[in-house]
Design a protein around this ligand. Structure first.
Ligand code: ZN
Length: 261
């Protein structure tokens, strides 16, 4: 979500460290769930067979919405690693859907926007979507939901009606909980990380996921802004320990977050 232009500060050290997927069945792991305009595969994983999951209102978690925010990809991967480990140990967790890296082309190029130059978090078909933008980095696209990546998320929201959506970014550290039903989970992440909890990011974000999911559909949304390279993050290994307890509390809470089915 950063407000800066391009910067010479390089990516933090450490890898995004993919969680092991080898044992996952094909009914809950889609290495090529969607293909971007450049033909790159976007991966989707789920806690259970997709047909069974449809009625459960899973939590939807995603990283890599902005390609120059590897902290969010690392957080999504580490959350996945913990979910799979906890499951293997026999824990009952909230059902989930997880996209480790939504903007795979932007991630490969270390750029905010996708392969077509669009800011995915301004491209959602919210009632306030607009062609007006603050500049190239915030390009909302030629039309609402013009981008394959966003179409994929919109499809998941329509088909699964998630009880909560969490997307993992990096910028100035904070946790943004949009909607009163996001507050409890937002507090868990804020308490674990020591980061400030905010109800809004503080500037207009037409066409963003929080505008679409909460303001239009009443699905609570949490946006995690991990500290980025401009704000002192040096190594991606710093990310998971900061949020682990908060994530664990969220997925161990089996409540529906007040969702009406
Ligand atoms: Zn971002």
């Amino acid at each position: 979500m950063d407000e800066r232009g391009n910067s010479p500060v390089s990516r933090p050290s450490g890898a995004t460290r993919p969680a092991p997927r080898a044992l996952l069945s094909t009914t809950r792991h889609w290495p090529c769930w969607k293909k971007t305009s450049r033909g790159t595969a976007i991966e989707l994983l789920a806690s259970a067979n997709v047909d069974g999951l449809r009625r459960t209102r899973p939590i939807l978690l995603m990283g890599g919405v902005h390609g120059d925010e590897p902290e969010g990809v690392r957080l999504a991967e580490e959350t996945l690693r913990w979910l799979l480990t906890a499951e293997a140990a026999g824990e009952t967790l909230c059902p989930w859907l997880l996209i480790p890296c939504l903007n795979v082309d932007g991630f490969a190029a270390d750029q905010r926007v996708n392969g077509r130059g669009v800011d995915l978090n301004r491209n959602y078909p919210s009632s306030d979507w607009t062609t007006t933008s603050k500049g190239e980095r915030y390009n909302p696209g030629p039309s609402a939901a013009s981008e394959i990546e966003v179409q994929g998320v919109v499809e998941l929201i329509r088909d699964f009606n998630p009880r909560l959506i969490i997307h993992c970014h990096s910028w100035e550290p904070c946790v943004v909980a949009t909607g009163d039903r996001a507050l409890l989970d937002g507090e868990r992440l804020a308490r674990a990380s020591g980061y400030e909890l905010k109800p809004e990011i503080g500037y207009p974000t037409p066409g963003s996921l929080s505008r679409y999911a909460w303001h239009d559909l009443r699905i609570p949304v949490i946006c995690i802004e991990e500290r980025d390279r401009h704000n002192g993050l040096r190594d991606l290994d710093e990310v998971w320990p900061r949020f682990a307890l908060g994530m664990q509390e969220i997925f161990r809470d089996l409540s529906d977050r007040g969702a009406k089915s």
